[in-house]
Design a protein around this ligand. Structure first.
Ligand SMILES: Cc1ncc(COP(=O)(O)O)c(C=O)c1O
Length: 349
């Protein structure tokens, strides 16, 4: 009964099998393996971007920080939502890898930047000449950290503003597949066709062991990324073990199947939560993550029976008035089964 994170889930057996198969014999190191050639070609097909640079790293933080470093100068602002992972959960890695670019927080309901707030934030930046930071890239998260999804029009409205000011847009796609399935669109629709320049394409949360791809649509930028990845100590020598995860992840649309499973599981959980007296969903869950308030007594019952998930704030005590409403985050990874959800709901009820 672990609903703490999609990272709490296992890797998919097909990814594990691919790792074992890739272990046979020798392969050239540092991304020159034949598996990478195949995986790169497949991902370019998925994105309908035959020229795109495709690079693998083993964490989402590395993908985000290195991608942003490729697009931001040290004296730039990077515009991101107040709840962005790059702001809240990366220990300053984007600032570190950009040599000090300043994250500039933009508001908007449900974890999504509002176009008005983005425009105001851009206008308020870079108007002090040499004394202030300059306008730099925008970073959007899709699906957002609050389990919501930007529609294609919402994405386009934000990238249009970025373009108006000559700024690039990065997409943190740690849950890219979940968002794509939720929108029922193509990877190209959700990225370059919507004005996105560079994507952190997540695999780890959705069935891989540890693999994220950075997809750069402007081939001119690719070499710089490659240098930054090496200099930033994220070029894996035994790279084939990253490549093979991506290859297995993309084969037969496994990535979309798994995202469909976790989104569907989460929708079931949301339906059950809505029927619990006193429970309240804080955002409309578009993908595999729910933020909800529940009475402390419900949390206590579930957690004492072994359920794992995060309360917000993390250290909220379970002892105290049973009726107090306490917020929590519940995440369904791809392996969640109906009975796991029924079990949690029964306890919360
Ligand atoms: C929105 C988002 N971006 C990026 C990441 C990647 O983080 P990590 O460096 O832990 O792989 C996560 C993981 O929690 C995330 O939720």
């Amino acid at each position: 009964m672990n609903f703490a994170s999609d990272n709490a889930g296992p890797m998919h057996p097909k990814v594990l099998e691919a790792l074992i198969a890739a272990n046979d014999g020798t392969q050239m190191p540092y991304g020159n393996d034949t598996i990478m050639q195949d995986a790169r070609a497949h991902l370019r097909d998925v994105f309908e971007a035959p020229e795109a640079g495709v690079y693998m790293v083993s964490t989402g933080t590395a993908a985000n920080a290195l991608a942003l470093a490729t697009y931001a100068k040290p004296w730039d602002a990077i515009f991101c939502h107040r709840t962005a992972h790059i702001e809240e959960d990366e220990c300053g890695a984007p600032e570190f890898f950009t040599n000090g670019a300043k994250l500039t927080l933009v508001d908007g309901a449900d974890g999504k930047m509002s176009p008005e707030a983005l425009r105001d934030s851009i206008l308020a930046t870079g108007d002090k000449g040499v004394h202030g930071v300059q306008r730099g890239p925008i970073s959007l998260t899709q699906a957002t950290e609050l389990g919501t999804v930007y529609t294609l029009n919402e994405l386009k409205a934000l990238t249009d503003i970025a373009k108006e000011f000559g700024l690039a847009t990065h997409l943190d796609g740690a849950r890219f597949a979940n968002a794509q399935v939720a929108l029922g669109c193509s990877a190209a629709d959700m990225t370059w066709k919507a004005g996105i320049d560079v994507v952190s394409f997540g695999g780890t949360k959705n069935g891989c062991m540890m693999t994220e791809a950075v997809v750069i649509f402007d081939p001119e930028k690719a070499w710089e990324f490659e240098l930054r990845r090496k200099r930033g100590a994220h070029l894996l020598s035994k790279h084939r073990y990253l490549s093979t995860q991506l290859q297995a992840y993309l084969a037969d649309d496994l990535w979309l199947t798994l995202a469909e499973q976790s989104n569907t599981a989460c929708a079931k959980l949301a339906r059950g939560l809505r029927q619990i007296e006193g429970a309240k969903l804080l955002h409309e869950p578009d993908v595999n993550m729910i933020f909800a308030e529940l009475p402390r007594g419900a949390h206590k019952r579930a957690m004492q029976a072994g359920a794992k998930y995060y309360l917000s704030p993390f250290d909220t005590p379970l002892d105290g008035p049973e009726d107090d409403l306490i917020a929590c985050r519940l995440v369904c990874d791809w392996s969640k089964k109906d009975e796991d959800i029924d079990q949690l709901l029964a306890l919360l009820r």
